[in-house]
Design a protein around this ligand. Structure first.
Ligand SMILES: C[C@](O)(C(=O)O)[C@H](CC(=O)O)C(=O)O
Ligand SMILES: [Mg+2]
Length: 306
């Protein structure tokens, strides 16, 4: 029913994905509705993208979102879906102790894991220039803190290194190795520039790896099949849904401005029926009816006894 009796253990499900062969396609989502859409189509996990969530608030992805704001966003999502929810927690909202608190908070709202990156604040999209990194040992401390903080041993810690296009590919490999020793479960090498770099990184770092196929960045858009052959376990499409949605919104708004009506778009829309089915509108009405009927029965039975 729509009233959940308890949360699924998303971390456990994500661990199961980790132990299975094959790459997992993970779309980026920025609210509960987009997450629900992903689940309804059969995706096995979603990625709550910092870039997409901040953009949806009309903010740049510079680490301006607070932990509370992200926790709230994630709670809407975990309330709506049963598939694992991976959360982009940027730089962890501070230092080691802040990371510990963040892990506790995201675990408490049912996230399956978090992704933490080794940039200084203000952090940037990994595909932009002008990024700066924290020293590797500082990041290792944050990872250790995250590992210490999790209550559920299945909760997945994804360590992202932005080193490849700051201090170089070699440093990215070395940082990844240190981050694994500090307890990271998955490594996310950010902003690799060529297919060869993706292949080489997977040869050098023997751990579950996450590839970021974000559009208009520095990485080539490599199909999942090929990333799987290279040895990647996850591939995220972090901002794809937001970009496509914004494209569609712009076009329909232009039509309304020009034509004073949206009718040309009716066959390109998610219909009322489709929307209601996705959010289970009629199940809510049914639930409300059932509650009313059960109270009616209760009152009838009481009268019968008198
Ligand atoms: C993956 C990422 O961290 C995100 O927030 O989704 C971004 C995506 C993007 O800006 O395209 C990133 O830094 O790569
Ligand atoms: Mg991000």
């Amino acid at each position: 029913m729509i009233v959940k009796k308890g949360r699924v253990d998303g971390a456990r499900l994500l661990r199961e994905e980790l132990s299975r062969p094959g790459i997992v396609l993970v779309p980026g989502v920025f609210n509960a509705l987009t997450a629900l859409m992903a689940q309804s189509l059969g995706f096995k996990a979603v990625y709550v993208s910092g870039a997409a969530v901040t953009a949806s608030m009309a903010l740049p992805d510079l680490g301006l979102i607070t932990m509370d704001e992200m926790v709230k966003t994630v709670k809407y999502i975990t309330d709506a879906v049963d598939i694992p929810v991976i959360v982009d927690i940027d730089t962890g909202y501070g230092e080691a102790l802040n990371v510990m608190r963040a892990v506790r908070e995201f675990e408490a709202v049912g996230a399956a894991g978090v992704q933490l990156e080794d940039q200084v604040l203000p952090k940037k999209c990994g595909h932009l220039t002008g990024k700066a990194l924290i020293p590797p040992d500082e990041m290792a401390k944050k990872i250790k803190a995250a590992v210490e903080a999790r209550r559920n041993p299945d909760f997945v810690i994804i360590a992202r290194t932005d080193a490849a296009n700051v201090t170089g590919f070699e440093d990215a490999v070395q940082r990844a190795q240190l981050y694994l020793e500090a307890g990271a479960d998955v490594i996310f090498p950010e902003a690799l520039r060529t297919e060869d770099e993706f292949r080489e990184f997977a040869k050098r770092v023997k751990a579950p790896l996450l590839a970021n196929m974000t559009e208009f960045g520095v990485s080539p858009l490599i199909p999942a099949k090929k990333l799987e052959e290279f040895g990647y376990k996850f591939v995220i499409f972090p901002v794809t849904a937001l970009r496509v949605a914004m494209y569609a919104i712009r076009e329909v708004f232009k039509t309304i401005l020009a034509e004073g009506t949206q009718v040309a778009w009716l066959d390109k829309m998610f219909t009322r029926k489709e929307l209601y089915e996705l959010i289970r509108y009629y199940d809510y009405e049914k639930l409300d009816r059932e509650i009313a009927e059960s109270v009616d029965r209760l009152i009838r039975d009481k009268k019968a006894v008198r």
